[in-house]
Design a protein around this ligand. Structure first.
Ligand SMILES: Cc1cc2nc3c(=O)[nH]c(=O)nc-3n(C[C@H](O)[C@H](O)[C@H](O)COP(=O)(O)OP(=O)(O)OC[C@H]3O[C@@H](n4cnc5c(N)ncnc54)[C@H](O)[C@@H]3O)c2cc1C
Length: 306
């Protein structure tokens, strides 16, 4: 629990901080309880000072981007949630080298923002990200992917602030990207990403993005709050197909339901609690284990579960 003094000191470090605030409107699932502090950090000096303070005082913290792949407990989170805003949302001018084009993007910039930039500047290679409602930092941490491509394969290097508050760079090859995962020290906050792209025709980039969005709108329940796919696809299987085959589409608990449109999505039909979503996750895992002999592994990340 944050003390009064810690709250005062945090408010001095962070220009934009809210205390005892419901996290639900900061996640795409629209669920989750109160967090002790939500801090929108706007520049590097502020971030480093904040992380060093949290480390010194042993205060728990978690970084989120757009909250589109997280499930926060109904009990909330005792600690500080950090988001990257301001200068971390910037996209620099592309740099051309002998291998193509490299774009330096702040980790707080969003994927739609990146794609708008790519269309405007005739840059190709990131179109597969269209429809993923995250930030560049979140996409990198999750090695977000779609249509057979992953962001990790495009990353030249990143900068990050370690849990001790040191700013370091890492080459893409050091990050050990794997299916919806990558390797950085726990507590590290990615601050910038260098994406390797290519020059392309604006019309073609636009067309590819539209096509990806069209395919998603046909197969995903985009009218409801969700966190995208709940489970990773097990080797050789599609999690959604397995869930469909055991007849769980449409099953609901409280305000949460396994989507009829895409069985690997759990949707919030209006007044879901995190506990409702957790109950469905448990049911799915048990049924798939029993009927298919397969352990489903969640893709989403959990915050505030102890
Ligand atoms: C409708 C819908 C469709 C989706 N489709 C896809 C898809 O096709 N493919 C796919 O891969 N995902 C998909 N997702 C999931 C999600 O959008 C992606 O994983 C996205 O990249 C997460 O970004 P975020 O900024 O929202 O991260 P968050 O959800 O906020 O965080 C996710 C994880 O990343 C960590 N993190 C966030 N920012 C940073 C940072 N700066 N430094 C270090 N760690 C950080 C968090 O601590 C957390 O562990 C979908 C989600 C929705 C709602």
């Amino acid at each position: 629990m944050l003390t009064h003094i810690q709250r005062r000191e945090l408010a001095k470090i962070c220009n934009s901080i809210l205390f005892d605030i419901s996290i639900s409107s900061y996640t795409t699932f629209k669920v989750g309880g109160n967090v002790e502090a939500l801090c929108d950090v706007r520049e590097m000096k502020e971030l480093i000072e904040l992380v060093r303070y949290l480390y010194k005082k042993d205060i728990p913290y978690a970084i989120i981007g757009n909250g589109s792949n997280v499930l926060v407990s109904d009990a909330g989170f005792d600690g500080v949630i950090v988001r990257l805003k301001g200068k971390f949302e910037k996209i620099d001018k592309p740099v051309v080298d002998d291998k193509g084009v490299v774009l330096n993007i702040g980790a707080g910039a969003t994927i739609p923002q990146l794609l708008r930039y790519c269309i405007k500047n005739g840059l190709g290679g990131a179109e597969f990200l269209a429809g993923i409602p995250g930030t560049i930092g979140g996409a990198t941490a999750m090695n977000a992917g779609a249509f057979g491509e992953e962001i990790g394969k495009k990353i030249d290097q990143i900068t990050m602030v370690t849990a001790h508050g040191d700013l370091v760079s890492k080459k893409g090859s050091e990050l050990r990207f794997s299916y919806r995962d990558m390797h950085i020290q726990p507590g590290s906050i990615i601050t910038g990403v260098w994406l390797r792209l290519n020059h392309s025709d604006t019309g073609i980039v636009k067309k590819r993005i539209s096509e990806h969005l069209r395919i998603r709108s046909q197969s995903q329940p985009l009218n409801y709050p969700s966190a995208g796919c709940i489970f990773k696809n097990p080797e050789g299987h599609k999690a959604g197909k397995l869930i469909d085959e055991v007849g769980l589409k449409g099953k609901s608990r409280g305000g949460a339901m396994i989507s009829q449109r895409h069985a690997n999505f759990i949707i919030n039909t209006g007044n879901a609690k995190t506990a409702d979503i957790m109950a469905l996750i448990r049911i799915i895992r048990e049924e798939i284990k029993e009927k298919k002999g397969i352990e489903l592994e969640p893709e989403i990340r959990f915050i505030g579960f102890g």
